[in-house]
Design a protein around this ligand. Structure first.
Ligand code: ZN
Length: 211
């Protein structure tokens, strides 16, 4: 995982455990065990808040993946490994969970993938996500030190900002597209010096025939 992606998730801590997002269960068909675990989980966080432990809870949040690495590898088996890596670290595959929710999801599978997908989606729509997403977008376009380009996440962050936060990101996306075009034209001339280090793997990727 790139440093800016880690920083983005760190900056999202104040939005809390993803399984607490309001509207999480709307339209979800929960089985009895899942509903019971979710209710216990809500109670745990309510107690934390009542006792003034919510800051402590923020510090304990863990980065979790909606779909596991083996599941993503299987979904991406027709494509080069880089695609699987990008899908694994894609914004809609990442959530912040308290250790208890993380254990219940990864360890027992008590929470469904569908529930976790909704939790991830709602996290990026949270009003508190706007600032961190904008910061991440700027860092990506400006190719700050240590930053992999992560085109998938760049477009996803731009789309969340446009759709959920009414933020005009056209200028930022155009700047990124211009950078890609310049790099592509240079590669066609045989000049690889214009390729950002984060894009090297993409430009070297062999052509493959989708199955
Ligand atoms: Zn939690």
């Amino acid at each position: 995982m790139s440093r800016p992606l880690r920083e983005l998730l760190h900056a999202m801590r104040h939005t809390g455990c993803a399984l607490q997002q309001p509207g999480l269960t709307k339209g979800q068909a929960l089985d009895e065990l899942e509903a019971k675990a979710l209710s216990w989980h809500r109670g745990k966080h309510a107690t934390d808040r009542a006792e003034g432990f919510h800051r402590l809870t923020e510090g304990r949040l863990q980065i979790a993946h909606v779909r596991s690495w083996p599941a993503i590898k299987d979904l991406s088996r027709s494509f080069p490994r880089l695609i699987a890596e990008r899908r694994f670290h894609c914004l809609d595959n990442m959530v912040l969970l308290c250790p208890e929710a993380h254990d219940l999801y990864d360890g027992t599978g008590m929470f469904s993938t569908g529930l976790m997908q909704t939790a991830a989606r709602l996290t990026w729509a949270h009003p508190g996500a706007r600032g961190p997403l904008l910061q991440y977008l700027h860092a990506t376009v400006e190719a700050r030190s240590g930053h992999q380009t992560e085109n998938t996440n760049l477009l996803m962050a731009a789309e969340y900002l446009r759709h959920d936060h009414s933020t005009d990101v056209q200028l930022i996306v155009r700047a990124f597209e211009a950078r890609c075009r310049i790099a592509m034209e240079a590669v066609e001339r045989g000049d690889h010096t214009k390729v950002h280090r984060g894009d090297v793997a993409v430009f070297r990727m062999p052509r493959w025939a989708p199955q």
